[in-house]
Ligand binder design. Structure first.
Ligand code: GAR
Length: 192
């Protein structure tokens, strides 16, 4: 069976969407583990609840961070790495070691509203301030530039004049939960 490793830094609702898709047999993969750079986050609780191994790698020293990450990935041997709200840049060596095997979900329609500093509510604030009528989410391959890897798929949602960053975030997140498992499934179907 194909193996996934998920990276998350927050509540892990996208991680949960993957777990649910596996449980409901919509996605035939093994989640080998969760890697996070922050302790005490929701994603860790979700992993524990679902008996998924967790490794918290929160070293501030970049070399140490990179080494621990590489060691863990060597053990878990993922076929695909999924960044599900992981808010730290993946070291270039790791990106190079996993060509076209790392995907990220971003809460906007890239190439707009992406790049360094565009994460979480800041993205939705920027979308609202620019007067966009449509937003959505994007799943893309990860390369060495923030949010610039090849786009795999996008899902659109409307932006209403009454939206706050929070209400838009909620609508986009719902779309993310549908898009991410579906793209993972397609990627594995293509390589099978
Ligand atoms: C998601 O909206 C994801 O798109 C975003 O973080 C959130 C994580 O939510 N990622 C980025 O902004 C990356 N630039 P979750 O922890 O509930 O899955």
């Amino acid at each position: 069976m194909k193996k996934l490793v998920v990276f998350a830094s927050g509540s892990g609702s996208n991680f949960q969407a993957i777990i649910d898709a596996v449980r409901q047999k919509k996605l035939n993969v093994e989640i080998a583990g969760l890697i996070t750079n922050r302790d005490g986050i929701g994603a860790i609780e979700r992993a524990i609840k679902n008996r998924i191994p967790v490794n918290v790698i929160n070293e501030t020293d970049e070399q140490l961070f990179k080494r621990k990450l590489a060691d863990q990935l060597k053990k878990w041997q993922p076929d695909l790495i999924v960044l599900a709200g992981f808010l730290k840049k993946i070291p270039a060596e790791i990106v190079n070691d996993f060509p076209n095997k790392i995907i990220n979900i971003h809460p906007a329609l890239l190439p707009k509203f992406g790049g360094k500093g565009f994460y979480g509510l800041r993205v939705h604030e920027a979308v609202i301030n620019s007067g966009e009528k449509t937003s959505g989410c994007t799943v893309h391959y990860v390369n060495n530039e923030y949010d610039r890897g090849q786009i795999l798929e996008q899902k659109e949602v409307p932006v209403y004049s009454t939206d706050s960053p929070e209400s838009l975030a909620k609508r986009v997140l719902k779309a993310e939960h549908e898009l991410l498992p579906s793209v993972i499934k397609k990627l594995f179907t293509q390589t099978n």
